[in-house]
Design a protein. Structure first.
Length: 211
């Protein structure tokens, strides 16, 4: 998927921060809806060592009433949220299965569980991703692969939310939005779970968020 200069700048900043903290990181921008690009990325990653953890956090949203939603836009939502998840999940499993270990995590949303206008197209795609995660977990969990789906029920704190929903952000107050570092901690917890007590689905929301 093409990356805007601003998005690439933020991505490079994350890589730089990881390296400055003593870790190792590389950035690679691809289109997850193109099978050849996904396969090439996993070949390159796998060549550097055992593939231990894959997190699929790609997704796009669109607030469009159903009768105004062009067919191609509905398909784009599905390709980004569900089809890309299928390609990434399949390639991850192919490389993890011979070693009988590995974690594959998929990021869901409130829409994964319920469809509300004007987000019906987005919900259809996110529900498909959730079904994919369940299918992978049931098929490959007994072989030693941990597959989980994480529902993000709320707005994530950051520059985007501050620009797009300033009044909403201000109204939520302290800890009213999901902090990216806290989400990452939950993902890491899932990766570290013992095989005797695996989570297949986890929902994360701020304590102020109604549900």
């Amino acid at each position: 998927m093409s990356s805007s200069p601003d998005a690439r700048k933020r991505l490079d900043a994350v890589v730089r921060a990881i390296r400055e903290a003593g870790g190792t990181a590389d950035a690679c921008v691809i289109d997850v809806t193109r099978e050849a690009e996904v396969t090439a990325l996993f070949d390159a990653a796998d060549a550097r060592g055992d593939l231990a953890l894959v997190a699929y956090n790609v997704g796009a949203n669109a607030a469009v009433p159903l009768l105004d939603l062009p067919a191609e836009d509905f398909e784009t939502l599905w390709r980004q949220n569900a089809f890309g998840g299928f390609l990434v999940g399949r390639e991850a499993v192919r490389r993890m299965l011979p070693r009988a270990r590995g974690t594959v995590l998929f990021t869901g949303a409130t829409a994964s569980l319920r469809a509300r206008p004007p987000f019906t197209g987005f919900a259809a795609a996110k529900a498909a991703l959730r079904a994919l995660a369940q299918g992978l977990a049931r098929e490959f969990g007994p072989a030693g692969l941990h597959v989980a789906h994480v529902i993000i029920d709320g707005v994530i704190a950051g520059d985007y939310a501050a620009r797009q929903f300033p009044t909403f952000v201000a109204a939520k107050g302290a800890d009213g939005l999901l902090a990216a570092d806290d989400i990452a901690d939950a993902f890491w917890m899932l990766h570290q779970q013992k095989t005797s007590a695996w989570t297949q689905e986890l929902d994360l929301r701020p304590f102020k968020e109604p549900f």
